[in-house]
Design a protein around this ligand. Structure first.
Ligand SMILES: *[C@@H]1O[C@H](CO)[C@@H](O)[C@H](O)[C@H]1NC(C)=O
Length: 406
C-alpha cells in the first residue's frame, strides 16, 4: 500500500481518514498461456470474471467513497495484479494528552474477511522503507498531519475455529504544532507575562486589582474563543488544558493576593497597631528574606520637636510667678489674674493639641507599620508566584519536549 493523503483525524470520533493505493497480487494456479503464441504477456480483465481475494482493512468504519476500478491485470503466468484507490476511515485510538505536540500511531490491518490462514496467507510484498519512501513522494496533503513513519508486522489472529493471516501497518503521524503554538500558547504566555509584571504596580493603589481583574476577563474571553481549536475526547485531558487551567489559576491567585495586600494596607490601620509577633516575624525576618531591610522609626524625632514649646511655656509662667512674688501684692494681682488664666488656658490647649498630635502620629506609625507589613508580604508572595510559575511551566515544557524527542 501507499499512503497518498492524510485527510483528517477526528479526535471526537477517534477516527483517521486516509487515502491509499492498495495493490494486491496473487497467483492463480493452472492458468497460463504462451506469450509468443498469443502475442501478449498480460491482459486486463474485468474483476467479476476472476477470483478476487476478500482482503479488507479490519479497522474500516465507513463506506469507501473512492472511485471503483473495474479491471485487473492478468499475466501469462497466472499472476494477477490488482491496483485500486481506497479511502479509509479507520478507527484509531488517539491519544491527545500531549496535544499539540502529539504523535499518533494508527493501525491498518489487511486480512481476509472469511478465509482462514490455511486458505489465504497475506504477506507483505515490499519493505516498509520502500512504502514510506513512495508515500512521501506521492503524498498530496500538506495539512495538519505529517507522515512521520510507517511500521509493519506480520501477524496471525487466533480465534476458536482457526487463525487468520494478517499484515498490520502502523501509520505514525505527527501533528504540525505551529498553528496551536501561535494561536494558543504564545498569547497565553503574553497574558501571564503581563500578569507577572503587574506586580510592579504599587499594591496600595486600587489600580492593580482592577488591572488584574481586566486581565482575567481578557483571558476568559481568549479561552472561550480558542475552545474550538482544542480537541475533545472523553477520556484524557490534554496537557495544554492543564496549562490553561494553571495560567488562569495563577491569575486568580495573584488577584486574591492583591486584594489581601490592599486589605492589609488600607483597612488594618483602622483596627489596631501591628501585633508584636507579626511585626517581629514579618518586619525583622521576612523583610530580610525579601531584601527589604526595616526602616528607622521616625516617631522619636516627632516627639522631640514637640517638647521645646512646652518647656518655653513653663519658663514664661515661672518668670511671671517670680515677678508677682517680688512685687506689690494687692496692686499687681488684678492685672496678673487674666494673664495667668490666659496662659493656663493656652497651656491646656497646647496639651490637648499635643495629645491629639501624639495620637495622630501613633496612628500613622501603626499604619506605616501595616504598610510595611503589606509590602513585605507582597514581595514574598511575588517570589512564591515566580517560583510556582517557573516550576509548573518547566514541568510542562519538559513533558512536551520529551514527546517531541521520540
Ligand atoms: C505503534 O503501535 C504498535 C502496536 O501497538 C507498536 O508495536 C509500535 O511499536 C507502535 N509504534 C510507535 C512508534 O509507537
Amino acid at each position: 500500500m501507499t499512503v497518498v493523503g492524510i485527510l483528517g483525524v477526528d479526535e471526537k470520533a477517534q477516527a483517521l481518514t486516509t487515502f491509499l493505493w492498495q495493490v494486491l497480487e496473487w497467483e492463480i494456479e493452472g492458468l497460463s498461456w504462451d506469450e509468443k503464441e498469443c502475442g501478449t504477456k498480460r491482459v486486463s480483465v474485468p474483476r467479476e470474471n476472476i477470483w478476487i481475494p476478500d482482503v479488507h482493512i479490519a479497522e474500516f468504519m465507513d463506506e469507501d467513497t473512492s472511485p471503483q476500478t473495474p479491471y485487473v491485470y492478468l499475466y501469462n503466468t497466472g499472476h494477477v495484479y490488482d491496483d485500486k484507490p481506497i479511502r479509509v476511515v479507520s478507527s484509531c485510538q488517539l491519544v491527545i494528552y500531549t496535544f499539540p505536540f502529539d504523535i499518533q500511531n494508527c493501525t491498518l490491518t489487511f486480512g481476509s474477511y472469511l478465509h482462514f490462514a490455511g486458505e489465504i496467507k497475506v504477506i507483505q510484498s515490499i519493505t516498509v522503507a520502500e512504502v514510506l519512501e513512495e508515500s512521501r513522494q506521492v503524498i498530496q496533503t500538506e495539512g495538519e498531519w505529517e507522515l512521520f513513519d510507517i511500521e509493519a508486522a506480520q501477524t496471525t489472529l487466533e480465534i476458536d475455529d482457526g487463525s487468520y493471516s494478517e499484515v498490520k501497518y502502523y501509520i505514525i503521524l505527527r501533528r504540525r504544532p505551529t498553528l496551536y503554538v501561535v494561536n494558543l500558547l504564545i498569547p497565553s504566555c503574553f497574558l501571564i507575562t503581563v500578569d507577572l509584571f503587574s506586580f510592579m504596580l504599587p499594591p496600595d493603589s486600587v489600580d492593580r486589582s482592577s488591572f488584574k481583574m481586566t486581565l482575567i476577563l481578557g483571558y476568559t474571553v481568549f479561552l472561550i474563543i480558542m475552545n474550538d481549536l482544542l480537541p475533545v475526547t472523553g477520556e484524557t485531558t490534554p496537557l495544554i488544558n492543564v496549562f490553561f487551567c494553571i495560567s488562569l489559576a495563577l491569575m486568580v491567585a495573584s488577584l486574591l493576593e492583591t486584594v489581601l495586600i490592599t486589605n492589609i494596607q488600607y483597612s488594618s490601620r483602622q483596627y489596631s497597631a501591628v501585633p508584636h509577633w507579626i511585626s517581629v516575624v514579618v518586619l525583622r525576618y521576612l523583610a530580610v528574606v525579601v531584601c527589604l531591610p526595616p526602616k528607622k522609626k521616625k516617631s522619636n524625632r516627632i516627639t522631640v520637636s514637640l517638647h521645646p514649646p512646652a518647656t518655653v511655656n513653663t519658663i514664661i509662667i515661672s518668670t511671671r510667678d517670680l515677678q508677682s512674688d517680688s512685687g506689690d501684692t494687692p496692686a499687681v494681682k488684678p492685672p496678673l489674674d487674666p494673664t495667668l488664666d490666659e496662659l493656663r488656658r493656652l497651656s491646656r490647649d497646647l496639651t490637648a493639641i499635643r495629645l491629639q498630635m501624639e495620637k495622630h502620629f501613633q496612628g500613622s506609625k501603626s499604619s506605616n507599620e501595616w504598610q510595611m507589613v503589606g509590602t513585605v508580604i507582597d514581595r514574598l508572595l511575588f517570589g512564591v508566584y515566580i517560583v510556582f510559575i517557573s516550576a509548573s511551566f518547566i514541568t510542562i515544557i519538559c513533558i512536551w519536549s520529551n514527546v517531541m524527542g521520540v
